[in-house]
Ligand binder design. Structure first.
Ligand code: ZN
Length: 223
């Protein structure tokens, strides 16, 4: 079996648990479901927890060797996605902004990506929400430090598609709103200068997020 990333293990374990014919005892089933819930809440497992998860998966593979299709495990689940461009962007703010966050306005509504702070249960994880605070907050997924994203189980296909397209070109997506509406998507303040309008964000945010600013003339020449 190929080594699996932890999010894939979580999805596989969930998949096995959802199959009522799994070979786990009732108490194991409760224990393993608890591990899935714990992962969903915290975004990681401890070494000990992951050991139990590996054991659960191994038990399942052994018992269902005939019906078990290995390619099924290696195929990334529809709950996982790639978001290295997002993690790179957020990493560039390190030591510069306390609460980095980006707002994207899409046809289906607002999507906010924010970095969980050091006091949160999941420091360093980027959370994707509807931009609201508790209790109106909806969480669509999380992005881990290695750039791997994991959608929440109940996130609709439409939202997944939007989030995936943002993760492919986050800077372009961020600029678009700034250029079209005149609001910086990083700090949500109005954009005032020509240079800022050309890129869709202001000079302070450009410095904080390591983005080009003020090179409008140069760019025009290149075109
Ligand atoms: Zn700004």
């Amino acid at each position: 079996m190929q080594p699996m990333i932890v999010a894939q293990k979580r999805n596989l374990l969930q998949q096995i648990l959802q199959n009522e014919e799994n070979e786990y005892s009732e108490s194991d089933r409760v224990f393993y479901s608890g591990l899935v819930d714990w992962f969903d809440e915290h975004g990681f497992w401890t070494i000990k927890q992951e050991f139990h998860v590996d054991k659960a998966i191994a038990t399942h593979s052994k018992h269902s060797a005939e019906s078990f299709n290995e390619t099924q495990i290696e195929k990334p689940s529809d709950l996982t996605f790639h978001a290295t461009k997002i993690t790179t962007l957020f990493t560039s703010t390190s030591g510069k902004i306390k609460y980095p966050s980006i707002h994207f306005w899409r046809k289906l509504g607002e999507l906010q990506f924010y970095l969980c702070g050091s006091l949160s249960k999941t420091p360093g994880v980027i959370r994707i929400t509807n931009g609201q605070k508790y209790p109106n907050q909806e969480i669509y997924g999380e992005i881990y430090k290695d750039g791997k994203g994991l959608f929440r189980k109940d996130t609709s296909a439409l939202f997944k598609k939007e989030i995936q397209s943002i993760c492919e070109e986050p800077i372009e997506e961020a600029k678009m709103r700034g250029i079209n509406i005149g609001y910086c998507c990083f700090c949500a303040t109005p954009i005032v200068t020509k240079e800022s309008l050309a890129v869709g964000y202001g000079p302070i945010c450009a410095a904080n997020w390591n983005l080009p600013w003020g090179e409008i003339r140069e760019e025009l020449v290149k075109i």
